[in-house]
Design a protein around this ligand. Structure first.
Ligand code: SAM
Length: 329
């Protein structure tokens, strides 16, 4: 699949549920209305749709959410998708998780061919963790991360940089990731979906964070690219990789290789734009895979050149109205 700007689309991120067992303050409102079950694709439908994308050239598939590991019977989907790893059509099957359920699932995920995972973790302070996630238990997450490491999963930690909230912990996080052998990526807050608070107060430009970290750590620019929005450095003192995802201060669209599927079968060609294609209607209309393929091609043909996120200070409204838990982080 090649889009009109010559970018090969090889990476699909799939939100398998809009539900989550946390309510991170920058991601969701405390009282969220979740989708009725009938609107959400069944695991069989997700398998069929993902398999079409793989047949059309997707080599990397990431399950996300909401929290992917709270979707009932999610291992069934991993097991189905694993057949594409065995055939060689899929190079990587992975997930982004808040870590709360890893204690239960880590060993099975490894058995099904998952090799690397991203774990979202914004603080190592239990009280702060509870305040940020509203519902989360840091000890359970750390136990899950430990279980994942023991099971052999390679782990990358993702941290959303929040002004006045966790910026005093970045040195600790570098040391903790270094001690455990985890790569670490910092993410700027993105103006997605209504939350209860004011996002402009949480926004912390990573250019400032990087300049501050460079006073104490040796950051060596790295050529490593994941095809995604992150730019990487290596931390001399720990040897670990440090990524910066800066959607607001840096335009990363020219090398974008990804599209995103929601749990209702809506395909978003860009995280920062509203344009989307409904694939669920066709999916539920029958077993015509050729029609699905044609709809996917038509959508890829509309992939925009870039996003236009802005944090609108005057109106304090999100640039994109859907929450991250809909499109998947
Ligand atoms: N539940 C899983 C998790 O916690 O990783 C997967 C879904 S979560 C929406 C994916 C990532 O998006 C998390 O790292 C989360 O911190 C991040 N995220 C959510 N809302 C965001 C926002 N408005 N700006 C930046 N990152 C956000």
């Amino acid at each position: 699949m090649r889009d009109p700007f010559g970018r090969d689309i090889t990476y699909l991120r799939v939100s398998v549920t809009d539900r989550c067992d946390f309510r991170c303050v920058y991601c969701m409102a405390e009282h969220m209305t979740f989708l009725p079950k009938a609107e959400v694709l069944s695991l069989e439908e997700l398998d069929r749709l993902c398999s079409r994308f793989i047949a059309k050239g997707v080599a990397k598939l990431r399950l996300t959410g909401g929290e992917p590991l709270v979707r009932r019977d999610i291992l069934w989907l991993f097991a189905r998708l694993a057949r594409h790893l065995e055939s060689g059509a899929l190079e990587e099957l992975t997930l982004t998780t808040n870590g709360s359920q890893l204690g239960r699932f880590a060993t099975d995920l490894v058995a099904l061919g998952v090799k690397r995972i991203n774990v979202s973790l914004d603080t190592l302070n239990p009280g702060r963790f509870r305040a940020l996630t509203r519902w989360g238990d840091l000890n359970k997450v750390l136990a899950g991360v430990g279980a994942a490491q023991k099971a052999g999963l390679k782990i990358k930690i993702n941290t959303v940089a929040l002004k006045g909230v966790n910026e005093d912990e970045f040195d600790d996080l570098i040391r903790w990731c270094g001690a455990h052998g985890f790569d670490w990526t910092l993410i700027e807050t993105m103006p997605l979906g209504d939350i209860d608070g004011d996002r402009t107060e949480q926004y912390l430009p990573l250019s400032l964070v990087r300049a501050d970290l460079a006073k104490r750590w040796t950051l060596v620019d790295s050529d490593y690219r994941s095809g995604g929005p992150a730019r990487y450095a290596t931390i001399g003192e720990t040897g670990q990789r440090l990524g910066f995802i800066t959607p607001l201060t840096h335009n990363f669209c020219e090398s974008c290789n990804r599209v995103r599927l929601t749990c209702t079968g809506t395909l978003y060609m860009c995280l920062g734009q509203e344009d989307a294609a409904d694939l669920r209607t066709l999916l539920r209309a029958g077993d015509d895979d050729a029609a699905l393929d044609a709809a996917i091609d038509e959508a890829i043909g509309r992939k925009p050149k870039g996003h236009d996120f802005i944090i609108d200070r005057r109106h304090n409204r999100p640039a994109v109205s859907r929450h991250m838990s809909v499109t998947g982080g």
